[in-house]
Design a protein around this ligand. Structure first.
Ligand code: SAM
Length: 310
């Protein structure tokens, strides 16, 4: 870890890593460094395809939510001053500035997670979600149907309402999102047409968060993956990418999961090579968000907004 900055999920990963995986005490910085080296070394032998199988069959989507988004259950003030709040509010301001067109937004690699689509529903009323993992899609569906055993996203809805100075109206944000999610589709980013056999007219905005890094093999592969996302976007439409940089793993369910070690410049280059322009980048480090993560090699988190020119 170069500077201790984390995206929401990674930020919440810290306690699990320290407590459940290796019992590293917060003060044992030497041990932590050794653990990072051991973990990183062991991941060198992991292949992306192996993890595709994991996401397809074994991804513990509910644990992912509990582990990475559950610590916000104490209330929206918990995330206001954290990296999670910073990323959420950056995403929201990017989405607010996007041309709205027909109000159609596609979130690829949604996972079981509403963190992208909660801010999106403020501005877009046709939202399409897609993910490889059936268990992740089930979690989304449970929430959409309002089932009692669905994950509780109240904190994020309240936070979104607070950002609009409409704290009392947070429940309408939930209702709006339920109405705005039009589909939850399977997808596979390793295919040329990831949504096939589903077809979709090009949308106004494509978003993704922390999916590209779990799928890409290297920087060249990232160019191909961005091309696949871009095919669903209108000319003049906006792509918003949220990713960790210089990371190689995260931990879930006692397993180390692969993240492709990519730099900010790899993401920018992948967008430029696919004809994107007017690129804006916001870094978690810009907000000087400090984190006490003890076991990780994640560098920074970035949110990128770019316009499709072709
Ligand atoms: C780290 S999670 C990110 C989830 C969510 N977007 C978030 O921000 O928390 C990575 C997601 O990518 C999905 N994924 C992995 N391989 C994929 C593939 N080949 N095609 C589409 N999605 C994939 C996983 O199922 C998982 O939901």
């Amino acid at each position: 870890m170069s500077n201790g900055l984390f995206q929401p999920a990674r930020r919440f990963r810290k306690n699990m890593l320290a407590a459940s995986l290796l019992s590293v005490r917060p003060s044992s910085s030497v041990l932590d460094a050794i653990v990072v080296i051991v973990m990183t070394t062991s991941l060198n032998s992991m292949s992306a395809s192996r993890d595709r199988q994991y996401y397809l069959h074994d991804f513990n989507a509910r644990l992912y939510l509990d582990q990475f988004y559950g610590s916000t259950k104490n209330g929206h003030t918990t995330i206001t001053n954290e990296a999670s709040g910073f990323i959420f509010s950056t995403l929201k301001s990017f989405l607010q500035r996007c041309p709205k067109g027909e109000g159609r937004l596609l979130d690829m690699g949604t996972g079981p997670c509403l963190a992208n689509v909660i801010p999106a529903a403020r501005y877009f009323n046709h939202i399409y979600c897609a993910d490889l993992s059936p268990k992740a899609r089930q979690e989304l569906e449970k929430w959409r149907l309002g089932r009692a055993d669905a994950f509780d996203w109240t904190t994020f809805f309240k936070f979104s309402a607070v950002l609009d100075q409409k704290a009392d109206e947070w429940m309408t944000y939930e209702t709006n999102l339920r109405q705005s999610i039009r589909a939850i589709w399977p997808c596979d980013m390793t295919e040329d047409d990831p949504l096939s056999p589903q077809s979709i007219a090009p949308v106004d905005v494509v978003t993704e968060s922390f999916m590209l890094g779990t799928v890409a093999n290297d920087a060249d592969d990232l160019v191909k993956l961005v091309h696949r996302l871009s095919r669903y976007l209108k000319s003049g439409g906006t792509m918003v990418i949220t990713e960790s940089t210089n990371a190689s793993f995260y931990q879930l369910d006692g397993k180390l999961l692969y993240i492709c070690q990519l730099k900010e410049s790899d993401y920018l280059s992948a967008l430029e090579k696919n004809g994107f322009a007017q690129i804006e980048v916001v870094r978690a480090s810009d907000a000087n968000v400090k984190d006490d993560q003890q076991v990780s090699d994640i560098g920074d988190d970035i949110i990128i907004k770019a316009i499709k020119t072709g």
